[in-house]
Structures are given as structure tokens and as C-alpha cells.
Design a protein around this ligand. Sequence first.
Ligand code: ADP
Ligand code: MG
Length: 559
Amino acid sequence: MSQQQRMGQPMIILGEDSQRMKDEDAQSHNISAARAVAESVRSTLGPKGMDKMLVSSMGDITVTNDGVTILQEMDIDNPTAEMIVEVAETQEDEAGDGTTTAVAIAGELLKNAENLLEQDIHPTAIIKGFHMASEEARSEVDDIAERVDTEDEDLLRKVAETSMTGKGAESNKDLLATLIVDAVRAVTVEGPDGENVVDLEYVNIETQTGRAAGDSELLEGAAISKDPVHADMPSEVEDAKVLLIDEAIEIDEADADTSLSVDSPDQLQSFLDQEEEQIKAKVDEIVETGADVVFCQKGIDDLAQHYLAKEGILAARRVKKSDIGFLKEVLGARIVSDLDSATAEDLGTGTIRRDETDELFYVEGADDESHGVTLLLRGSTDHVVDELERGVGDALDVVAQAVSDGRVVAGGGAIEVEVARRLRDYADSVQGREQLAVEAFADAIELVPRVLAENAGLDPIDTLVDLRAAHEDGQSTAGLDVFTGDVNDTFDAGVVESAHAKEQALSSATEAANLVLKIDDIIAAGDLSTEGEEDEGPPGGGMGGMGGMGGMGGMGGAM
Ligand code: ADP
Ligand code: MG
């Protein structure tokens, strides 16, 4: 590509392969890429949303309805598209649910922004208007939100059920919602100012294949999916003293690496004796602490296994780091990194039971110092359990938010239509072209009820008209019942969501859209052009061109 340098323009020094795109080209290119991503997840939104099957380059299959999972697995290598993926990740981190909503709104904001750009409205005005609308929308969400009584388990269960509707977890949502609410309540404590503090670190999710999801349960303490290292170890230890260790119970690395030349069988024997001594010494150190049970994060030498069994100590090795961390809370133990300095003080107390059929250790803490519950999720196959875990994880997050933040809103598009209505009122007070951007923002969030309708095979326009009419009429919790197609009070119907998740979805979608709109120049070190731009393609239809950055024709002349 030839570089052109004109008078008065800064000189541009770009490498042979680098390419550049400016102004409208850059904007429309970026908007298309971002929208393509947003559209790829739209069809999964809501209870009637479809699932996606993702096949990784290794051939691993994931079947999911979860926005962030889809985007993370999609192997997107377009910088703008990646910004949209980040929306999903932020939403997942901050709220745990609402990822599809956030991404879909970001895409719709950009679509509406494109219309404004075509009317020659400057990006700066759009960005400012979107920002104002987002602030206003969030304060409206807060105004509309119902305060929840955190003792109201019925309502909390509805929050859990709404989050699980349409997911793999749905078929057992009654049971799972109860387990989730119980789990959250088990780890809720009162903060210094009387507020609820929910520490989800004390809720562990453990999955098991082979049984029905309906057999899932909530356990006090931990469930560790490991086998004893030796067949002659006890399978149950009451009031056990438990050692948690994150170093291997093996010959020290340094010694094992030294090469050894043996001249005689005697020498070899003495070397082996020495190794045996070392192992024996380590086991003796464990015995001296008074431990009955050992959970080791690393390996345990065969010989050590034998000695431990002889001492009647139950041991498991290669326990996950996260499990060791969780056991620490459950048992009130300290994690030992060096056996030489281990003492009885480091041990935790609790009862260990072996479940042979499930190949699990149930570990229950002994005293009041014990924190932690385990949600044991069961399902027939890995794919079922994985999707169950994603759904339950999201629901756990939103129930925890409802308890700690104390605010919920009506779902099924109710909150979006109400906020949009109020935003249009607000727009009247906004001067200049920003007003158009605020209105465009209001239209964009109504994407949620439209897509919910679309995915349920209903007419999106009719639905939106009905919803708007109901809200004009003062029914601020009127939403779409996707199962009947009727507009009704979704709050009463039990479709209840975390207000915090909604606020977060609005702000992360706005931030991402504005980030994309601010870009007026793309300078890429490498080849930008592969395929044509994605346009109004059907949901998911844009995926093929995702790696491409759109046509770069005529670039030299544009500069
Ligand atoms: P996200 O990733 O954004 O959470 P979901 O696929 O979980 O996407 O869909 C969430 C949307 O589905 C929310 O707008 C929620 O109000 C709506 N929803 C959930 N359950 C129902 C229901 N029973 N009827 C109508 N809408 C529902
Ligand atoms: Mg959800």
C-alpha cells in the first residue's frame, strides 16, 4: 500500500502491511462488527431463547444459553467485537446475570447511533446524550425498584427462578431455587451497620454426573471429589483433626534430581534406605501434629501412602487448590506449606464421611468457627451438569444481590418499557441534539421486550404497543408473559430480577457503545481487510465474517 503525504498533514509512517481507516469508514466498520456480535446472542434471550452449541478447535462441545459463555467460547478476533465481549465479562463479574441483555442493548445502541450519524449528528453529541440517558435510566431503575424484605424467602425464590428460566436448570427450578435461597441465607451475616453481607465465597458448587438433577442437595460443609490414596484407610472419621497441606509429601525435589552413580548393590540399598527415611520422617511429622486426616494439594509418595495407612490416617492427594481453600473455612484450619513447622494449631476439626457410590468425601466442620455450604449439583451427563452449574451460578449471584442490595424489579420487559417511557419524558428537558440521542437510548432498551417476544414467536411490534399502552396507563410492572403472549403484571406473576443487575447492564452497555463511537481512526499493524462488512444479517449470521474488518478499498485516496 502506498503512503501519501500531503502538505499540512502530519506525516504518517506506517509499515508495509499496516492499514488505516478513518471517520465514517472506521465508525461504520466498528459498528457493524460490534452489532454482529450482539446479534449472535440475541436469539438466546429470555425463557424461550434457544441454546447454542459451541465446538472448540479441540472438538470440545458446550451447549449453553449463557451470553458470556457463548461469547467467550466464540474465538472472536476482531478488536471492536472484543469490546462487546468485554461488556459481557464486566456484566458477569459485576452482576453474575444479565449478560445477554447487556450485550444486546449495546448492539441496539450502536444500531440507533448509526441512524443518528447518518443524519449528520456528531458522535460527540450522541456519546453525551447516551451518557446522560444512562445516568437517568439508572436513577429511574432505583426509583422504580421495590425494596425487598430479605426474610421474604418466597420472593427470593422467585428471583432465583426468573434467573434460571430458560436455562438447563429450569426443569428443577423449584428445588434448585430453594437450595439457592437456603445457601445464600446460610452465608448471610449482619454487617457493622445492620446491613446484610453475603459472602458467596462460602458457597461451593460441586458437580456430579450420573444422577438426576432432582437429586441435587445442599450440604453443610464441603464435598470433595477424591479417593483415599490407600485402600486400607478409614472411610469415616468423627471429630477428626484435619491437616491441609499445599506441598507434596514426597522426596524433596532437590534430592530427587541429583544424579547418583552406584557402584555396588549396597550403595543402592543405602540410597533407598535414605529415601525411605526421609518419607518416614515426613509421615512422622504429620503423626506428631495429631492429624487423623490429610488433604494434600500436591502428590503423596507411594511409600508415604503406605505409612499413612499404617498409622490409620485418611489421606487424599491432588485436591484442588480451591477445595483446599474452602476446606480451610469449613474446618477452621490453617494451610500448611512446610511440614517441618506444622503443629497441632494448624489443624482443623470436623467429621469426614466417605460416600463410595458418589466417590466423595463429605466434610462437615465441627464448631461455630465453621463456615461454608456446598451445593451438590447432579445431572445425567457432563453437558447437562455444566449448563446446570452456569444457571445455578447466575441465580446464586442475583439472589445474593437481592439480599445484600435489597432491591428488585419486574422482568419480562416491564422495567425496560417503564424506564424508556420515563426517558422520553426526560428527553423533552434535554437541549440540543443530545435529545435525539436520549430518545434513541429509550428505543434501544425496548429491544428487551421486543426480543423476548420475537424469541417466543410473538409479534414484537404488537407486544411493544400493548406494553407501552399499559405503562401509559400507569401499570408500571406490566411485562410480557412469554408463555401466554399476554401482557400482565410480571411482578405478581413472579418474574422478578435484581435491580443491581439491570443498572449494571445499562451502564456497561452504554460504556461499550460510547467506546466504539469515540473511535474515528483505525490504524492496524497488519491486514485489516478480509471479508465484506456484516449488515442486517440474521442473528448469528455475522459470525463468519467476524475475523474480517470490512472492506478497505480506496484507502490510499482517503488519506
Ligand atoms: P440474560 O443473559 O440477559 O440474563 P436471559 O436469557 O437470562 O438473559 O433472559 C433474561 C430475560 O428474560 C430478562 O429480561 C427476564 O425478565 C426475562 N424473563 C425471565 N423469565 C421470564 C418469564 N417467565 N416471562 C417473561 N420474561 C422472563
Ligand atoms: Mg439470565
